[in-house]
Structures are given as C-alpha cells and as structure tokens.
Design a protein around this ligand. Structure first.
Ligand SMILES: Cc1cc2nc3c(=O)[nH]c(=O)nc-3n(C[C@H](O)[C@H](O)[C@H](O)COP(=O)(O)O)c2cc1C
Ligand code: SF4
Length: 436
C-alpha cells in the first residue's frame, strides 16, 4: 500500500485506456494467477481476508470455496447494479479503473473454473456501460479475454448485461432471475447460488469493488493485504460520502479509519454554522448513528457494535436543518416503490408504513400514529424472503426511536415545524464528481 493509504484508486485521473493500465502494471496479476493452481488463487483471496463490498460483508475466498469442484458449467456474476441510495463507489471504479474490474473478473473466473462471467450493470449507468464495453473490447484485442487467454489454455467469456432500473435486481438471486430473462424477484435460499445459481449451475455473485480488489491481492499477496485494516475487517474500502458535508465524494480508506476521519478529515466536516444531527453509516437501509458516535471505526464490527451496519459503504451526513420525518418519508417511499411484491409483509407493510409517515409529515395523523408506525415496522422486520423489507423497517424505526419528539411534534402542531429546509433533495444525489 502506498503513502496515500489507497490500493484500488491510488492514482489521479483515470485508467480507462488499457495502455495506461498496463503501464501501471495492469494484467500482470492475471499472468501470475494463470501460472498458479486455481485452488491456490482462491486460497490467496481467502488469506487476504477480503470481505464482500456489496453489503453483507461475507468473506470472498470462503464463498468461492463453497462451489462444488469440477461441476460445469459454472458462472461468475458481477453485481454492478449499485442502487442503494447514497452509494456511488462502483460507478467510480468502473469509470476510472475498468480494467481492474475486468482483471479481477478474469482471475476469479479462472480460480473457480467459470465457463462464463456476466456483468449485470445498473440500467441508468449508461456511460459506465460504454466505458466497460470499450474496456472489454480492448482486453479482448490484447488476448486477456477470449479463447486460450495468454496461451494458458483457459477460455474466458465476459458478457455485459444492462439492467432495467429495479433496485431489487441488486439482490443476488433476483439478479440471476433477471439475467435469465424472467421478472427480477428473489428466490428462496437454500439452494444458494454456489450450488444452484444462474441456469441452476454453480454461481458466484460478487460486487464490483470486491472483484476489482482481487488483482491487488494477487499482486501484494494475501498476507500483505491482510496486514491492512483491523483484525476481522481487512484492506481498504471505498466510502461514498454525501449529504451535509463540505467535500462529498468517494474516499478509499483503510478499514482502521473512523467515521470522524472520513467526515471531518476527508469531507471537511459540516457546512459553515451547521451542527450534525445524525449519520447514515452504510446506505439508506441502515439504522442511524448519532454525533457522539463519530469515533466509531468504519470496519464491519465497529459499526455493528455501535448499533448499525457497514452496508454498502455509503455514509450520509445529516445536519440540523433536516426534518427527520421528511427524510423518513423519502426513504420509505423509495423502498415502497422498489418492493417487488412477492411477500405480503413487505408489499403491504411498506405501503402502510409510508402512508403513516406521509400523514405525520402533512399533519393529518392522529395521536398514537407514531406507535402505529413502529408497530408496522415490527411486523415487517425479519418476516420476508429477502432483506428489502428490513431495509424499510430498520431505518424508519431508528428515525422514530432517535427523534420521537420530532415525529410527535408534527402530530401535535398539525404539520411540519421545519421552516428552513435542508437541501435534503441532494442527500441521495450522486456527488462523486467523476467526469462522465
Ligand atoms: C435488496 C438488495 C439490494 C442489493 N443491491 C446490491 C447492489 O446493488 N450491489 C451489490 O453489489 N450488492 C447488492 N446486494 C447484495 C447482494 O445480494 C450480494 O450480497 C452481493 O452482490 C454479493 O457480493 P459481495 O460478496 O462481493 O458483496 C443487495 C442485496 C439486497 C437484499
Ligand atoms: S422482501 Fe420485498 S422485495 Fe424482497 S422478495 Fe419479499 S416482497 Fe420482494
């Protein structure tokens, strides 16, 4: 790791062009990996301690080791759906360092003996799609993708597939169903994708950032990567910082950093004259942390111990101008809209819960509806096929728990008491500033 503390995005500008990437040592890790036994490549990733950057933080090497050996076909699916509000880091990786992703895909495909890899990219990411398409063509022309990669005898196929704008298609089994051409809805697990995934074949699903980290792990060695970070959260992570901060953007930090390092050190702290009200630490589906928890580490364990989740790595800062009921309404409406409708508690509960929040915000709620809202959240939590229902219930319940008097005031005063509104509309906008 260099002095910047970055691994994945340790350069200025971009490396879209394959020559720029090769000059920086790109595709050397692929060469090394092809000279290793596939099982040793998986072992290297396992030793690194890399955990999935898509949300759940599952150890990447361990997940790859679940695939039954020698069963063909087997597939690698890349989750480039990036739809959790507040999250825009995969976008920056694909735009600035697309070949790191392609090289990571090739290394993992070889390691798991995949017959094909599929990149499922969020439909709205048109420029990212074009950049990846071009990068894949370049990689093909240089012999990294296609038949007999670099004379190794290994054939690699990578298919780029655009989604159609559904958040639920980021959930791994919905993603696979959508790839198969069906309506994107989650499947029951087990069987897990490692046993029966795409077209019922063994399948590994990994996030963009997870896979783009793999070439660096092969280059550094598993132990060196594991030396960065905490005991159980290894390496660096790209955090998407947004909301009420002076310098929003993506910041890659070692997992020893704290929320304070990110928000104050890199983000420049709050806008002039403002005070912090709360922090969303891992995307809009995660419960709030409070300003007195600023010294919490950004690693998976510390955020969990503080009462929330590291999630997608999207940190949203909320200042004193923000009406928490308005914010709750915004979040609730998102999940209500994105519920795929398969499970009753999620389909009905996100609608009912959103209606209650809207009544509280517009002043038409009756006394007792704050408790009714908590009750609706409780009836959704943990009762569904996939975690989207929880993604509604957990944050909304946490807004009510931490800011109950604010919700109650809306009822008592017959409407929103906030005169000066926060630039809340910008909270979930992409602020990465990456040139398109
Ligand atoms: C509703 C929902 C949406 C999700 N959206 C994404 C997403 O956009 N990108 C992503 O990488 N993972 C997303 N996930 C997590 C994936 O299901 C899966 O855990 C991840 O792609 C595994 O890759 P990883 O191990 O590299 O993190 C989502 C999960 C849920 C429940
Ligand atoms: S929890 Fe919601 S989004 Fe997930 S499968 Fe059930 S209805 Fe669909």
């Amino acid at each position: 790791m260099s002095e910047t503390g970055r691994i994945l995005l340790d350069f200025d500008g971009d490396r879209r062009n394959i020559h720029a990437y090769e000059q920086a040592g790109g595709y050397a890790s692929l060469r090394s990996a092809l000279g290793m036994e596939a099982a040793d490549v998986v072992a290297t990733v396992d030793t690194s301690g890399l955990r999935g950057r898509g949300g759940a933080g599952f150890p990447t090497g361990r997940k790859a080791s679940f695939l039954p050996k020698g069963r063909t076909p087997a597939y690698l699916c890349v989750n480039a759906d990036e739809s959790e509000p507040g999250t825009f880091k995969d976008r920056e990786i694909m735009l600035r360092n697309p070949h790191a992703l392609i090289e990571g895909i090739l290394i993992m495909s070889y390691a798991m003996s995949a017959t094909s890899a599929f990149i499922y990219i969020r439909g709205e990411y048109r420029t990212e799609f074009e950049v990846l398409k071009r990068a894949l063509e370049e990689a093909h022309s240089r012999g990294y993708v296609g038949r007999n990669v670099l004379g190794s005898g290994y054939d690699a196929t990578i298919v780029l597939h655009r989604g159609a704008g559904a958040y639920i298609c980021g959930e791994e089994t919905a993603l696979l169903t959508s790839l198969e051409g069906e309506r994107g809805q989650p499947r029951s697990k087990p069987p897990f994708p490692a046993i029966a995934g795409l077209y019922a074949a063994p399948t590994l699903v990994n996030n963009v950032e997870t896979l783009a980290s793999v070439p660096f792990i092969v280059k550094m060695g598993g132990e060196a990567y594991a030396a960065v970070g905490t005991e159980r959260s290894k390496g660096t992570r790209v955090f998407s910082l947004s909301g009420n901060v002076k310098r929003p953007g993506n910041y890659e930090l070692p997992l020893t950093a704290t929320l304070r390092d990110l928000i104050e050190g890199h983000g420049g702290g709050m806008p002039e004259g403002r005070t912090m009200k709360a922090i969303i630490p891992g995307g809009s589906s995660t419960p709030l942390l409070m300003p007195d928890q600023l010294d919490t580490g950004l690693d998976y364990e510390s955020i969990a111990a503080a009462g929330s989740m590291a999630g997608s790595g999207a940190v949203v800062v909320i200042d004193d101008r923000t009406c928490m009921v308005q914010l709750a309404l915004r979040v609730a409406e998102f999940y209500r809209h994105e519920s795929c409708g398969k499970c009753t508690p999620c389909r009905e509960g996100t609608k009912w819960g959103t209606d209650v929040v809207r009544r509280i915000e517009d002043g038409s709620a009756r006394q007792g509806e704050v408790d009714l809202l908590l009750n609706v959240c409780d009836r959704i939590l943990g009762k569904n096929l996939c975690p989207l229902g929880d993604a509604f219930a957990m944050p909304i319940a946490s807004y009510v728990t931490h800011f109950r008097e604010e919700f109650q005031r809306h009822i008592d005063e017959g409407g929103c008491p906030f005169v000066e509104q926060s630039p809340i509309a910008s909270l979930y906008h992409d602020v990465s500033g990456v040139p398109a």
